[in-house]
Ligand binder design. Structure first.
Ligand SMILES: C[S@@+](CC[C@H](N)C(=O)[O-])C[C@H]1O[C@@H](n2cnc3c(N)ncnc32)[C@H](O)[C@@H]1O
Length: 290
Protein backbone atom coordinates (compact mmCIF):
# COMPACT_ATOMS: atom_id res chain seq x y z
CA UNK A 1 0.00 0.00 0.00
CA UNK A 2 1.20 3.50 -0.80
CA UNK A 3 2.05 6.00 1.89
CA UNK A 4 -1.05 7.57 3.33
CA UNK A 5 -1.15 11.36 2.85
CA UNK A 6 -2.63 13.01 5.91
CA UNK A 7 -5.32 15.67 5.58
CA UNK A 8 -3.80 19.13 5.10
CA UNK A 9 -5.04 22.69 5.52
CA UNK A 10 -6.33 24.00 2.16
CA UNK A 11 -7.68 20.59 1.07
CA UNK A 12 -11.29 19.87 0.15
CA UNK A 13 -12.80 17.22 2.42
CA UNK A 14 -16.16 15.45 2.29
CA UNK A 15 -18.00 15.09 5.60
CA UNK A 16 -20.74 12.44 5.62
CA UNK A 17 -23.27 12.55 8.45
CA UNK A 18 -23.24 8.90 9.58
CA UNK A 19 -26.80 9.04 10.92
CA UNK A 20 -28.60 11.01 8.22
CA UNK A 21 -26.30 10.40 5.23
CA UNK A 22 -26.15 14.11 4.41
CA UNK A 23 -22.92 15.20 2.71
CA UNK A 24 -20.93 18.43 3.00
CA UNK A 25 -17.84 19.63 1.16
CA UNK A 26 -15.53 21.75 3.27
CA UNK A 27 -12.13 23.31 2.64
CA UNK A 28 -9.94 22.74 5.68
CA UNK A 29 -8.81 26.10 7.11
CA UNK A 30 -6.93 26.44 10.38
CA UNK A 31 -9.01 28.35 12.94
CA UNK A 32 -12.33 27.66 11.15
CA UNK A 33 -15.09 25.21 12.04
CA UNK A 34 -17.78 23.11 10.33
CA UNK A 35 -21.15 23.94 11.87
CA UNK A 36 -24.24 21.75 11.84
CA UNK A 37 -27.50 21.86 13.80
CA UNK A 38 -25.86 19.29 16.08
CA UNK A 39 -22.74 21.16 17.12
CA UNK A 40 -19.48 21.92 15.33
CA UNK A 41 -16.13 20.39 14.38
CA UNK A 42 -13.02 22.64 14.43
CA UNK A 43 -11.11 22.10 11.18
CA UNK A 44 -7.88 21.92 13.23
CA UNK A 45 -9.05 18.59 14.68
CA UNK A 46 -9.03 17.05 11.16
CA UNK A 47 -5.73 18.46 9.90
CA UNK A 48 -2.98 15.85 10.24
CA UNK A 49 -5.39 12.88 10.45
CA UNK A 50 -5.69 10.14 7.82
CA UNK A 51 -8.73 9.92 5.52
CA UNK A 52 -11.58 7.78 6.79
CA UNK A 53 -11.59 9.05 10.36
CA UNK A 54 -14.81 9.81 12.20
CA UNK A 55 -15.01 13.35 13.56
CA UNK A 56 -17.48 14.03 16.37
CA UNK A 57 -19.24 17.39 16.80
CA UNK A 58 -19.44 19.21 20.12
CA UNK A 59 -22.92 17.65 20.57
CA UNK A 60 -21.93 14.10 19.65
CA UNK A 61 -22.91 13.84 15.96
CA UNK A 62 -20.53 11.61 13.96
CA UNK A 63 -19.17 12.59 10.55
CA UNK A 64 -16.95 10.46 8.30
CA UNK A 65 -14.13 12.54 6.74
CA UNK A 66 -12.78 11.57 3.30
CA UNK A 67 -11.23 13.22 0.28
CA UNK A 68 -14.16 13.24 -2.18
CA UNK A 69 -14.08 11.13 -5.33
CA UNK A 70 -14.63 13.14 -8.50
CA UNK A 71 -18.26 11.92 -8.63
CA UNK A 72 -18.82 12.99 -5.01
CA UNK A 73 -17.12 16.31 -5.65
CA UNK A 74 -19.23 17.31 -8.68
CA UNK A 75 -22.46 16.44 -6.86
CA UNK A 76 -21.61 18.65 -3.85
CA UNK A 77 -19.65 21.51 -5.43
CA UNK A 78 -21.38 24.91 -5.84
CA UNK A 79 -23.53 25.09 -8.96
CA UNK A 80 -24.67 27.82 -11.27
CA UNK A 81 -25.91 25.75 -14.21
CA UNK A 82 -27.27 22.24 -13.77
CA UNK A 83 -24.46 19.68 -13.92
CA UNK A 84 -24.25 16.44 -15.87
CA UNK A 85 -24.74 13.63 -13.34
CA UNK A 86 -21.97 11.10 -12.64
CA UNK A 87 -23.73 8.22 -14.44
CA UNK A 88 -23.79 10.28 -17.63
CA UNK A 89 -20.29 11.65 -17.08
CA UNK A 90 -19.02 8.08 -16.80
CA UNK A 91 -20.86 7.12 -19.97
CA UNK A 92 -19.51 10.11 -21.89
CA UNK A 93 -15.98 9.25 -20.74
CA UNK A 94 -16.01 5.86 -22.48
CA UNK A 95 -18.53 6.25 -25.30
CA UNK A 96 -17.02 9.57 -26.43
CA UNK A 97 -13.68 7.82 -25.90
CA UNK A 98 -11.96 10.72 -24.17
CA UNK A 99 -8.27 9.98 -23.60
CA UNK A 100 -4.78 11.29 -22.86
CA UNK A 101 -3.36 13.96 -25.15
CA UNK A 102 -6.63 14.77 -26.91
CA UNK A 103 -7.92 18.22 -27.75
CA UNK A 104 -11.57 18.39 -26.67
CA UNK A 105 -13.98 21.20 -27.46
CA UNK A 106 -16.76 21.62 -24.91
CA UNK A 107 -19.84 23.87 -24.74
CA UNK A 108 -21.05 25.14 -22.37
CA UNK A 109 -18.78 25.13 -19.40
CA UNK A 110 -21.71 25.47 -16.93
CA UNK A 111 -20.59 24.53 -13.41
CA UNK A 112 -17.54 22.66 -14.69
CA UNK A 113 -18.59 19.08 -13.85
CA UNK A 114 -18.02 17.69 -17.34
CA UNK A 115 -14.91 19.86 -17.70
CA UNK A 116 -13.37 18.24 -14.62
CA UNK A 117 -13.90 14.79 -16.13
CA UNK A 118 -12.50 15.89 -19.50
CA UNK A 119 -9.44 17.45 -17.84
CA UNK A 120 -8.78 14.29 -15.84
CA UNK A 121 -8.98 12.14 -18.97
CA UNK A 122 -6.98 14.29 -21.42
CA UNK A 123 -4.26 14.73 -18.79
CA UNK A 124 -1.40 17.22 -18.85
CA UNK A 125 -0.58 16.58 -22.52
CA UNK A 126 -4.15 17.23 -23.67
CA UNK A 127 -6.25 20.35 -23.86
CA UNK A 128 -9.87 21.33 -23.21
CA UNK A 129 -11.38 24.39 -24.84
CA UNK A 130 -14.71 25.37 -23.34
CA UNK A 131 -17.16 27.89 -24.80
CA UNK A 132 -19.43 29.66 -22.29
CA UNK A 133 -21.55 32.78 -22.78
CA UNK A 134 -22.30 33.49 -19.10
CA UNK A 135 -19.34 35.05 -17.36
CA UNK A 136 -20.67 34.32 -13.85
CA UNK A 137 -20.97 30.61 -14.69
CA UNK A 138 -17.46 30.59 -16.13
CA UNK A 139 -16.09 32.17 -12.93
CA UNK A 140 -17.83 29.68 -10.68
CA UNK A 141 -16.72 26.75 -12.84
CA UNK A 142 -13.16 28.03 -12.72
CA UNK A 143 -13.31 28.19 -8.91
CA UNK A 144 -14.73 24.64 -8.76
CA UNK A 145 -12.00 23.32 -11.03
CA UNK A 146 -9.20 25.17 -9.23
CA UNK A 147 -10.40 23.90 -5.83
CA UNK A 148 -10.09 20.36 -7.16
CA UNK A 149 -7.01 20.55 -9.40
CA UNK A 150 -4.97 23.47 -8.10
CA UNK A 151 -3.93 26.43 -10.26
CA UNK A 152 -2.55 24.54 -13.30
CA UNK A 153 -4.85 22.78 -15.74
CA UNK A 154 -4.94 22.78 -19.56
CA UNK A 155 -8.25 24.62 -19.99
CA UNK A 156 -8.98 27.54 -22.29
CA UNK A 157 -12.31 29.27 -21.70
CA UNK A 158 -13.81 31.14 -24.64
CA UNK A 159 -16.39 33.66 -23.39
CA UNK A 160 -18.34 33.58 -26.62
CA UNK A 161 -21.46 32.18 -28.25
CA UNK A 162 -20.43 28.83 -29.71
CA UNK A 163 -23.30 28.94 -32.21
CA UNK A 164 -21.31 31.66 -33.98
CA UNK A 165 -18.54 29.18 -34.67
CA UNK A 166 -15.82 26.89 -33.33
CA UNK A 167 -12.39 28.43 -33.89
CA UNK A 168 -10.28 25.31 -33.41
CA UNK A 169 -9.37 22.82 -36.14
CA UNK A 170 -8.27 19.17 -36.20
CA UNK A 171 -9.73 18.56 -32.76
CA UNK A 172 -10.34 15.05 -31.44
CA UNK A 173 -13.71 15.48 -29.73
CA UNK A 174 -16.62 17.95 -29.61
CA UNK A 175 -18.78 17.46 -26.52
CA UNK A 176 -21.90 19.61 -26.18
CA UNK A 177 -24.24 20.27 -23.27
CA UNK A 178 -26.42 23.14 -24.45
CA UNK A 179 -29.98 23.44 -25.75
CA UNK A 180 -29.54 23.34 -29.56
CA UNK A 181 -26.60 21.10 -30.47
CA UNK A 182 -27.96 20.48 -33.99
CA UNK A 183 -26.93 24.05 -34.78
CA UNK A 184 -23.30 22.95 -34.33
CA UNK A 185 -23.24 19.88 -36.54
CA UNK A 186 -21.73 21.77 -39.49
CA UNK A 187 -19.21 23.64 -37.29
CA UNK A 188 -18.21 20.38 -35.61
CA UNK A 189 -17.72 18.72 -39.03
CA UNK A 190 -15.22 21.48 -39.88
CA UNK A 191 -13.48 21.47 -36.48
CA UNK A 192 -13.12 17.70 -36.00
CA UNK A 193 -10.30 15.63 -37.47
CA UNK A 194 -11.25 12.57 -39.52
CA UNK A 195 -12.22 9.82 -37.10
CA UNK A 196 -13.05 12.37 -34.40
CA UNK A 197 -16.19 12.09 -32.32
CA UNK A 198 -19.24 14.30 -31.75
CA UNK A 199 -21.21 13.90 -28.52
CA UNK A 200 -24.28 15.86 -27.43
CA UNK A 201 -26.14 15.58 -24.13
CA UNK A 202 -29.74 16.85 -24.08
CA UNK A 203 -32.61 16.40 -21.63
CA UNK A 204 -35.52 15.76 -24.04
CA UNK A 205 -36.23 13.39 -26.91
CA UNK A 206 -37.28 16.11 -29.42
CA UNK A 207 -33.81 17.64 -28.92
CA UNK A 208 -32.12 14.24 -29.24
CA UNK A 209 -34.13 13.44 -32.35
CA UNK A 210 -33.19 16.74 -33.95
CA UNK A 211 -29.45 16.40 -33.36
CA UNK A 212 -29.52 12.73 -34.36
CA UNK A 213 -31.28 13.54 -37.63
CA UNK A 214 -28.90 16.41 -38.37
CA UNK A 215 -25.92 14.08 -37.87
CA UNK A 216 -27.48 11.28 -39.93
CA UNK A 217 -28.11 13.68 -42.82
CA UNK A 218 -24.63 15.19 -42.78
CA UNK A 219 -22.17 13.69 -45.30
CA UNK A 220 -19.22 14.00 -42.86
CA UNK A 221 -20.84 12.07 -40.01
CA UNK A 222 -21.64 8.37 -39.65
CA UNK A 223 -22.70 5.84 -37.01
CA UNK A 224 -25.06 8.21 -35.22
CA UNK A 225 -26.55 6.64 -32.11
CA UNK A 226 -28.76 7.93 -29.28
CA UNK A 227 -29.28 6.33 -25.89
CA UNK A 228 -29.79 7.05 -22.22
CA UNK A 229 -28.18 5.51 -19.15
CA UNK A 230 -30.32 4.31 -16.24
CA UNK A 231 -28.71 3.68 -12.90
CA UNK A 232 -30.87 1.93 -10.30
CA UNK A 233 -29.46 1.72 -6.79
CA UNK A 234 -30.37 -1.25 -4.60
CA UNK A 235 -31.09 -1.42 -0.92
CA UNK A 236 -29.13 -4.31 0.60
CA UNK A 237 -29.76 -4.56 4.35
CA UNK A 238 -30.31 -8.00 5.85
CA UNK A 239 -33.47 -9.53 4.37
CA UNK A 240 -34.41 -6.24 2.67
CA UNK A 241 -32.75 -6.75 -0.71
CA UNK A 242 -34.67 -4.73 -3.29
CA UNK A 243 -34.36 -1.73 -5.61
CA UNK A 244 -34.18 1.56 -3.73
CA UNK A 245 -37.51 3.36 -3.44
CA UNK A 246 -36.01 6.49 -4.94
CA UNK A 247 -33.69 6.96 -7.92
CA UNK A 248 -32.70 9.64 -10.39
CA UNK A 249 -35.09 8.33 -13.03
CA UNK A 250 -34.26 10.68 -15.86
CA UNK A 251 -31.37 12.97 -16.68
CA UNK A 252 -30.70 13.12 -20.40
CA UNK A 253 -29.93 11.46 -23.72
CA UNK A 254 -26.56 11.10 -25.40
CA UNK A 255 -26.18 11.32 -29.15
CA UNK A 256 -22.85 10.35 -30.68
CA UNK A 257 -21.46 10.20 -34.21
CA UNK A 258 -18.08 9.76 -35.92
CA UNK A 259 -16.50 12.32 -38.21
CA UNK A 260 -15.79 10.49 -41.46
CA UNK A 261 -14.64 11.32 -45.00
CA UNK A 262 -17.30 13.45 -46.69
CA UNK A 263 -18.55 10.72 -49.01
CA UNK A 264 -18.72 8.08 -46.24
CA UNK A 265 -21.42 9.62 -44.07
CA UNK A 266 -24.91 10.97 -44.36
CA UNK A 267 -26.44 7.64 -45.27
CA UNK A 268 -29.28 5.92 -43.52
CA UNK A 269 -28.51 2.48 -42.17
CA UNK A 270 -25.01 3.20 -40.88
CA UNK A 271 -26.12 3.12 -37.25
CA UNK A 272 -25.62 -0.06 -35.21
CA UNK A 273 -28.54 -2.47 -35.73
CA UNK A 274 -31.37 -2.33 -33.26
CA UNK A 275 -31.19 -5.27 -30.85
CA UNK A 276 -34.74 -6.27 -31.78
CA UNK A 277 -33.62 -6.89 -35.39
CA UNK A 278 -31.34 -9.63 -34.08
CA UNK A 279 -34.12 -11.40 -32.20
CA UNK A 280 -34.48 -15.07 -33.08
CA UNK A 281 -37.63 -16.78 -34.25
CA UNK A 282 -39.01 -16.91 -30.74
CA UNK A 283 -38.52 -13.14 -30.57
CA UNK A 284 -36.27 -13.58 -27.57
CA UNK A 285 -33.46 -11.01 -27.61
CA UNK A 286 -29.88 -12.19 -27.46
CA UNK A 287 -28.95 -11.99 -23.75
CA UNK A 288 -25.78 -10.10 -24.65
CA UNK A 289 -27.82 -7.28 -26.13
CA UNK A 290 -30.96 -7.61 -24.00
C1 LIG B 1 -26.43 22.72 -18.64
S1 LIG B 1 -25.14 23.87 -18.62
C2 LIG B 1 -23.66 22.90 -18.80
C3 LIG B 1 -23.30 22.16 -17.55
C4 LIG B 1 -21.95 21.47 -17.63
N1 LIG B 1 -21.90 20.49 -18.67
C5 LIG B 1 -21.61 20.83 -16.29
O1 LIG B 1 -21.57 19.58 -16.23
O2 LIG B 1 -21.40 21.53 -15.30
C6 LIG B 1 -25.28 24.65 -20.18
C7 LIG B 1 -24.31 25.81 -20.32
O3 LIG B 1 -24.25 26.20 -21.67
C8 LIG B 1 -24.11 27.59 -21.73
N2 LIG B 1 -24.54 28.00 -23.06
C9 LIG B 1 -25.81 27.98 -23.54
N3 LIG B 1 -25.81 28.42 -24.83
C10 LIG B 1 -24.52 28.68 -25.13
C11 LIG B 1 -23.88 29.17 -26.32
N4 LIG B 1 -24.60 29.46 -27.41
N5 LIG B 1 -22.53 29.34 -26.32
C12 LIG B 1 -21.81 29.03 -25.20
N6 LIG B 1 -22.37 28.59 -24.06
C13 LIG B 1 -23.70 28.41 -24.03
C14 LIG B 1 -25.01 28.07 -20.60
O4 LIG B 1 -24.69 29.38 -20.19
C15 LIG B 1 -24.75 27.03 -19.53
O5 LIG B 1 -23.71 27.43 -18.68
Amino acid sequence: MGAEALLRAGEVVLLVDLRRGKRHLITLRLGQAFHSDRGFIPHDTLVGLPEGVVAVTTRGARYLALRPTLAEYVLEMPRGAQIIYPKDLATIALFADIGPGQTVIEAGLGSGALTLVLLRLVGPTGRVVSYETRVEFARRAHRNIEARLGPDFPLTVRAQDVYLGIEEREVDRVVLDLPEPWRLVEAAAVALRAGGLFCAYVPTIPQAQRVHEALSAHPAFALAETFETLLRPWNIAGPSVRPAHRMVAHTGFLTLARRVQPDAGGRPGTAPPDASEDADATDRPDPEVA
